[in-house]
Design a protein around this ligand. Structure first.
Ligand SMILES: [Zn+2]
Length: 343
């Protein structure tokens, strides 16, 4: 009798947990643009444009876990993509290596979802390392270098179908070029879960530039993208991973908060935030290779009653959390005399 009662109580508690998780998932999926608007009847609901992968069922609820605050370094694989396309020229080996086919990319995103990975962005990682916000367990950051147009036409619909955040590193001087993102595409993605980062004005080798040209490539790309999206652009990526001390100093002096390289690695902390390593995803590589390169995920702990909120997927970004800029390096100044101290 007592055992039956306990079983019923347990079943009710489990059902309540499942309903809670489903409700949270539903909240996550509600576009902010619809909030506060009257509901339309089915007859007046506008027809949706064709949207591949849209009908994927929501994943089954799994235990809610998060990374507890205070870890000084966290394993967050930062995946590095370039083109999401079928390489058009079979003789172009470099192009092949930089091109993940749409089918492979969709399979990789399916695997990330099935394996319980949670894509976050650099704002989330900055917030965690600064003690301002939480991170879900198994975090991963998806970055797309160079701002190619297939980021919008091919990757973005697949990311949206999974409700995944990502980061687009845009070469500011190439916006609106035939192979690159248009300004309107950058704006649309910026408002829908894709963080915009800077990747210089012209994709120059920053280690080979004069001080003035280095400043132009770094600072002007930031200013130009900020003028486009209307909010701070705080994350940078060194073209071809080319950096040295002077380049890193220029990126920090321009007001960026993080920068990524092409060196392999997954463990990141505040102290190395201008040299964050990444996981390269190459054309034709099998899924097991990607899983091996990512290594074991950062474990979380059960969260009661709900995980700390990462930045929203839709709508304008929250105020970014930032490290204070270091003062310029000058000769140390003598401390002022203490009040009341003997001269
Ligand atoms: Zn690049």
């Amino acid at each position: 009798m007592r055992e039956g009662h306990l079983r019923r109580v347990g079943a009710v508690a489990l059902a309540a947990l499942a309903i809670g998780a489903l409700a949270r998932a539903a909240t996550l999926r509600e576009p902010a643009a619809l909030e506060g608007q009257p509901l339309l009847s089915a007859a007046t609901w506008p027809a949706e444009p064709p949207f591949p992968h849209r009908d994927r069922p929501p994943p089954p609820p799994r235990p809610v876990t998060a990374i507890p605050a205070g870890r000084p370094a966290v394993r967050v694989p930062i995946l590095m993509y370039h083109y999401i396309r079928v390489n058009p020229d079979p003789r172009d080996v470099l192009g092949f290596n930089l091109s993940v086919t749409p089918a492979d990319f969709a399979q990789q995103m399916d695997w990330l979802a099935a394996a319980g990975y949670n894509p976050v962005d650099f704002d989330d990682l900055r917030g965690y390392l600064l003690g301002h916000g939480g991170l879900p367990a198994n975090p991963v950051i998806l970055t797309f270098d160079d701002g190619y147009r297939d980021m919008y036409t091919t990757a973005y619909p697949i990311l949206r179908a999974h409700h995944f955040k990502a980061v687009s590193y845009v070469v500011s001087g190439c916006v609106n070029s035939p192979l690159n993102l248009t300004a309107a595409q950058v704006l649309e993605m910026d408002a829908n879960g894709i963080e915009i980062g800077a990747h210089t004005v012209s994709h120059a080798d920053l280690t080979a530039l004069s001080a003035a040209n280095l400043q132009h490539e770094v600072a002007d790309s930031k200013a130009s993208l900020e003028a486009l999206v209307g909010h701070p652009v705080l994350d940078f990526c060194y073209p071809s991973g080319r950096e040295n001390d002077a380049v890193v100093r220029a990126v920090e002096a321009a007001g960026f908060q993080t920068a990524t390289t092409t060196e392999p690695g997954v463990l990141h902390s505040a102290s190395d935030r201008f040299l964050w390593t990444r996981v390269r995803v190459s054309g034709g590589e099998p899924l097991w290779r990607l899983a091996a390169d990512m290594g074991p995920a950062e474990p979380g702990e059960p969260v009661i009653p709900s995980p700390p909120p990462p930045t929203p997927l839709h709508g304008p970004p929250r105020m970014p959390v930032t490290w204070p800029l270091r003062p310029p390096r000058t000769a140390p100044q003598a401390a002022p005399p203490l009040e009341g101290a003997a001269p």
